[in-house]
Design a binder for this molecule. Structure first.
Ligand code: SF4
Ligand code: SF4
Length: 543
């Protein structure tokens, strides 16, 4: 089996000699590649390295794409019988085409020597099977950026109700054998082939990307999902340019592991909700009910808010989520002493929103927070939400709709979990943690944001006899600095609101106000913002 890495690879030649496959799967781990390659190589290349290491390929034909590809080619293992890297031009000028033609002729000779098979022009011409890229006549989503493989595309497609076109890196190959004939000399044939390879929609490695930019002019383009991978310059550069365009765009960064894909669905669904392209399917209701419920099912706590038909809050309860989302939601209903038969419709939000059987509908926490924030604070333009496990920053437009959002759900730094762990290290309650930070006398700084390292730093400060209030202040400041990086748009702005459990921590709020140089509005129900938004959607679904 021949493995290849790029849409410019001459696969129609490879097919004359052996089976071939784009090496494109996500990795389960990076055990081998972390040893074999430098840590700043992109994880797409590390995933390819792992796949090669599993031993499915005995030949490799690479195109010389970037530094990471060249490093991979260098370390590709000795059990590979044949490997070559072709020098991919950056344009389709006459010189570039000639150079590529010569490489193709060398490749044919090499493969003939390796396999003992002779190149057959007729077979070669039969190997062309690419179909022109068909853009729909209705609204669609374009996926651009670094290579998005089948698993990632499945997650993206599941999030949208409209067609999704994958134009990332190697996934839009379109090479035609037009004008080629088996009567051409090998030299002529390879020159035409080199030209056809280079005539594809250019990727970001190419010097002239004009026809790539034209993709954005399609009147049916509803939005762009932009896939980036850490340490990839080509696609980082393009995203920076596109972020200023008028087309709505969502950036997703992956590390090419399957484990990470689940985390993306909330971002994708929230983006879909902002595009307003969803089917407005009728939601089933309990006709005899008189209330409407919003449930925010988080990993730590579940909030339930019950509304009457006039959008008055009848009850609001918060419980520990416990074993699972369903059990947490039931516990909240029990605590509110409201039976399912009294509720007309329930909208769920939060991480567990898909796992509550009795919810009639679900909406992402991004959209629900926006809705809830405007209900609690009609002037809200910027929402900083710091919950137990994640933090998010949402910008609203003048009508209260989500204009953009960013989320940190990858690490505990700057979240409620970080403060909980630090309270444990200090052996104090969360109430003390929330209040004592304001009583500091020494302005201590905690330099580590990682929970593990920050805990060691806190223990060192305790052993240096630093006052608890001063250490808490240092921790509050570090949460505020981390949050500022997420919420930089709110710097000096009006209409800034904070929600989530951490909004009850006066020390963090004070430090964040200093960092952002603005006053932050905190409602009397900061933890209930998402559930309130969900409840309002439930009421509206009956209109
Ligand atoms: S960026 Fe371009 S050259 Fe590099 S692998 Fe993708 S399609 Fe090939
Ligand atoms: S993701 Fe970027 S750095 Fe990695 S192989 Fe592709 S082009 Fe190169």
């Amino acid at each position: 089996m021949i493995g290849y890495n790029c849409k410019y690879t001459p696969v129609e030649i490879l097919a004359c000699f052996d089976d071939y496959r784009l090496i494109n799967n996500e990795a389960e781990h990076f055990d081998y590649s972390s040893q074999a390659m430098h840590s700043n190589v992109c994880s797409h290349i590390k995933a390819i390295c792992e796949e090669i290491h599993r031993g499915d390929y005995d030949k490799l034909v690479f195109m010389n794409c970037c530094d990471s590809t060249r490093r991979l080619f260098d370390v590709a293992e000795s059990k590979i019988k044949y490997k070559t890297i072709l020098d991919l031009p950056i344009d389709n000028g006459a010189c570039a085409v000639k150079r590529l033609k010569n490489d193709l002729l060398f490749l044919i000779k090499d493969l003939e020597a390796q396999t003992g098979k002779a190149f057959d022009a007729k077979e070669f011409l039969h190997n062309f099977s690419d179909k022109p890229i068909a853009f729909p006549n209705s609204k669609f989503i374009l996926v651009l950026g670094a290579n998005a493989n089948g698993s990632l595309m499945n997650v993206i497609r599941e999030a949208f109700q409209i067609p999704v076109i994958n134009m990332t890196c190697s996934n839009n190959r379109c090479v035609s054998n037009e004008n080629m004939s088996e009567n051409d000399s090998l030299d002529e044939l390879m020159e035409k082939y080199a030209r056809a390879l280079m005539a594809q929609t250019p990727c970001m490695r190419m010097s002239d990307t004009t026809s790539r930019k034209q993709l954005l002019n399609n009147e049916n383009l509803a939005g762009i999902v932009y896939h980036t991978i850490k340490f990839c310059d080509y696609y980082c550069f393009e995203y920076t340019k596109l972020a200023d365009s008028k087309t709505p765009i969502l950036k997703i960064e992956t590390d090419y592991t399957a484990q990470q894909l689940g985390q993306l669905s909330t971002r994708l669904e929230a983006f879909c909700e902002t595009l307003n392209t969803e089917n407005n399917a009728k939601i089933k209701m309990n006709k005899n009910g008189k209330y409407y419920a919003g449930i925010d099912s988080g990993s730590t706590s579940t909030e339930l808010v019950i509304f009457d038909e006039n959008k008055n809050i009848v009850k609001a309860v918060m419980v520990r989520t416990g074993a699972n989302a369903q059990a947490g939601a039931q516990k909240a209903l029990d605590e509110a002493q409201i039976g399912l038969d009294e509720i007309k419709t329930i909208t769920a939000t939060g991480y567990g929103r898909k796992n509550i059987d009795f919810a009639n509908d679900d909406v992402t926490e991004i959209t629900c927070h926006a809705r809830g924030a405007r209900f609690l604070y009609p002037e809200a333009r910027y929402i900083i939400d710091i919950g137990g496990q994640d933090s998010k920053f949402i910008t609203l437009d003048e009508n209260g709709n989500v204009a953009s959002f960013v989320m940190n759900d990858k690490c505990a730094a700057g979240t409620g979990r970080f403060l909980e762990n630090m309270a444990k290290a200090l052996e104090i309650s969360m109430e003390q943690m929330a209040n004592d930070g304001l009583k500091y006398s020494e302005d201590i700084s905690i330099s580590n944001m990682c929970t593990v390292f920050a805990e060691s730093e806190v223990i060192s400060l305790i052993s240096e006899n630093k006052k608890i209030a001063d250490i808490i202040h240092g921790l509050n400041k570090s949460v505020a600095i981390k949050t500022k990086a997420l919420a930089s748009k709110a710097l000096g702005a009006d209409g800034v609101m904070m929600t989530g459990g951490v909004a009850n921590n006066k020390g963090v709020v004070t430090e964040l106000e200093k960092q952002l140089n603005t006053k932050i509005f905190i409602s009397d129900k900061p933890e209930f913002c998402g559930a309130i938004g969900a409840g309002l959607f439930a009421v509206d679904s009956d209109r």
